[in-house]
Design a protein around this ligand. Structure first.
Ligand code: NAD
Length: 317
């Protein structure tokens, strides 16, 4: 039975990854300090072959026995979280990545790091291929996240080149699906929460900035295909369908049948103007491409989540 260690396994993406690894017959160690994740995300995974360890991965990681895969997903990921936790974000990208790579080296496991499209910053090339080096402001407020991930990529390649560790880097573009937190500040959970409560939908700037949104099931399929491949260079995984934030807000209003109005608020500092993955490498190397378009994915999110989850209102509270 293959053994996988998932750091950040109690988070949004990590919990979906743990679930799919268990389905694929893996024994799964889920390491998380619950900074932004929750035990509710993994409550349904409590079974033989699944172990949760409450552990901060900026501290040494010790796992007994064999390990075949180390999937390093621990990190605050939404702007609200990494602006609130700037030092933790830098530490988990640096010390946390170092410790996760050390575990992979000791166990001779394949290592995969969850990097991000934010390494491209406010991109001057569109769509973004992996060969683009990005346009990042290192000292801006978002720099704590963008630079932590760029550093984590550099460390991953150094462990590969100098220490011979079998590594992979996935650059994840905006992903959505069940188990996102209603108040995590990202566009889809925010718009859905506001729409379900008929409250004003808050679009930043003029809403003409674009994003590409990938449904979580597609994303996890791409990540597993990369983990099980022999590729070492970064691979973009995301959905190339590109929408303005205004189009997204209008679609959410339509699908929820909301009475909400759309209102405009100040654009955050260094907010990227455009975002769209070039997924040619994923198509060629992994035979992967997304299958769930935005309308269908949003409908699934609405169908598969409770109103309490989507509005962040705990029943009875
Ligand atoms: P999330 O906040 O839901 O999950 C992150 C998890 O990491 C949480 O459970 C948190 O408690 C845990 N964590 C944070 N610091 C830790 C530490 N020091 N030790 C142990 N656990 C720690 O976020 P997510 O959206 O699931 O993102 C997961 C990963 O994917 C992150 O690395 C993120 O940068 C990357 N990513 C996500 C997206 C997206 O659209 N969701 C896009 C690009 C990259």
């Amino acid at each position: 039975m293959p053994v996988s260690v998932v750091t950040g396994g109690a988070g949004f993406l990590g919990s979906h990854l743990c679930e799919r690894l268990l389905d694929a017959g893996h024994r799964v160690w889920c390491l998380d300090n619950l900074d932004t994740g929750s035990l509710t995300n993994i409550a349904h995974l409590r079974q033989d072959g699944f172990t949760f360890v409450n552990h901060d991965v900026t501290e040494h990681i010790d796992i007994p026995g064999d390990v075949d895969f180390v999937l390093h997903f621990a990190s605050p990921a939404s702007p609200i979280d990494y602006l609130r936790l700037p030092l933790q974000t830098l530490k988990v990208g640096s010390y946390g990545t170092h410790n996760a790579l050390g575990l992979a080296k000791a166990k001779r496991a394949r290592f995969l790091i969850a990097s991000t499209s934010e390494v491209y910053g406010d991109p001057l090339i569109h769509p973004q291929p992996e060969s683009y080096w990005g346009n990042v402001n290192p000292i801006g407020p978002r720099g704590v996240y963008d630079e932590a991930k760029r550093y984590a990529e550099a460390m991953t390649m150094a462990y590969h080149r100098q220490q011979g560790v079998d590594t992979a880097i996935v650059r994840i573009f905006n992903t959505y699906g069940p188990r996102m937190r209603a108040f995590d500040g990202r566009a889809i959970p925010t718009f859905v929460r506001q729409a379900l409560e008929d409250k004003p939908i808050t679009v930043f700037g003029t809403g003409q900035q674009t994003r590409s949104f990938c449904y979580v099931d597609d994303l996890v399929s791409g990540i597993l295909a990369l983990a099980f491949s022999t590729e070492h260079e970064p691979v973009n995984i995301g959905n190339p369908g590109e929408f303005t934030l205004l189009e997204l807000a209008e679609l959410v209003v339509e699908l929820t049948g909301s009475k909400s109005e759309i209102v405009f608020e100040a654009l955050p500092v260094n907010d990227p103007q455009q975002r769209r993955p070039d997924i040619s490498r994923a198509q060629e190397l992994l035979g992967w491409e997304p299958t769930i378009e935005l309308r269908e994915g949003l409908q699934r999110l609405l169908d598969e989540s409770s109103r309490a989850e989507l509005t962040g209102r705990v029943v009875g509270a």
